[in-house]
Design a protein around this ligand. Structure first.
Ligand code: NAD
Length: 248
């Protein structure tokens, strides 16, 4: 028996990177995992299925209300409910001075990294209301606390995710829906590898209390805890999984 047997859990952006590790971890504990991604999540689904888990992929762009409404209708038709939403689909950031970014570029970060979470939550909400222990877990970023120079659009959009987390925690508490944010340190994924070399990961690691690279699986373990019944009285909180890099 897994602790998530019978639970349906949606991970957005689960085709690769952190989302894939989260999907695999939840499936290991028995969850039926749905993945929504812009790109095909065949590899994630087949890795989960070969390990004896259950997963299905749905194509969709989290910035589109129509696409998310359709994807959540498909998930409702297939599973009849949703226990946990993990908002994870997002884009990573290069570094440019704050006044060099264009308005269109900034809007893109807000669209995907903030509106994507709000839109998915909006269409997942009717399904979450059907279950006993509903959860929303938002993958945020500690860059919000650090104000990383050169990453203004990313940091601002992740700040909006923090605001979303607090507001939803308050507004949905009476319905028993917990809403929390989790923040990874800098983790090597296809997303971060576009903009960073080995030395950047090592520099971050050397500033941590625990001088080991944070892996996608480390964040996935934290998500599994927040999604579990053990976390039933935890809501509106922010957890950082970064080996003690940012202390607060
Ligand atoms: P990644 O680029 O490796 O994977 C992101 C996934 O999201 C991809 O499968 C991509 O196709 C999907 N995606 C992107 N835009 C989408 C859209 N509009 N609709 C549907 N799917 C979409 O990135 P990652 O490093 O795994 O990051 C995942 C999340 O974690 C992001 O929200 C990111 O901001 C956050 N995060 C990552 C790190 C890190 O160090 N990796 C640190 C802090 C926060």
């Amino acid at each position: 028996m897994g602790r998530f047997d019978g639970r349906v859990m949606l991970v957005t952006g689960g085709a690769k990177g952190l989302g894939k590790a989260i999907a695999k971890r939840l499936a290991t504990d028995g969850a039926q995992v749905a993945i929504i991604d812009l790109v095909a999540a065949d590899e994630a689904v087949s890795e989960i299925q070969s390990a004896g888990g259950m997963a299905e992929a749905f194509l969709g762009d989290v910035t589109s209300e129509t696409a998310m409404e359709t994807a959540l209708q498909q998930i409702d038709a297939r599973f009849g409910k949703l226990d946990v939403l993990v908002n994870n689909a997002g884009i990573l950031s290069p570094r440019k001075a704050w006044n060099v970014w264009t308005q269109d570029e900034i809007r893109k970060f807000v669209d995907i990294n903030f509106f994507g979470y709000w839109i998915t939550a909006k269409y997942a909400y009717p399904l979450l209301k059907k279950v006993e222990h509903p959860r929303i877990v938002n993958i945020a970023s500690r860059t919000f606390f650090m104000g990383n120079p050169g990453q203004l659009p990313y940091v601002a959009a992740k700040g909006a995710v923090q605001g979303l987390t607090w507001c939803l925690a308050r507004e949905l508490g009476d319905e028993g829906i917990t809403v929390n944010a989790v923040m990874p340190g800098m983790v090597e994924t296809p997303g971060t590898a576009q903009y960073n070399q080995e030395e950047a990961y090592n520099r971050v690691m050397n500033n941590q209390a625990i001088k080991q690279r944070v892996l996608p699986e480390d964040l996935a373990d934290l998500v599994a805890f927040v999604a579990s019944d053990d976390a039933k009285m935890i809501t509106g909180q922010t957890f950082i999984c970064d080996g003690g890099g940012y202390l607060h």
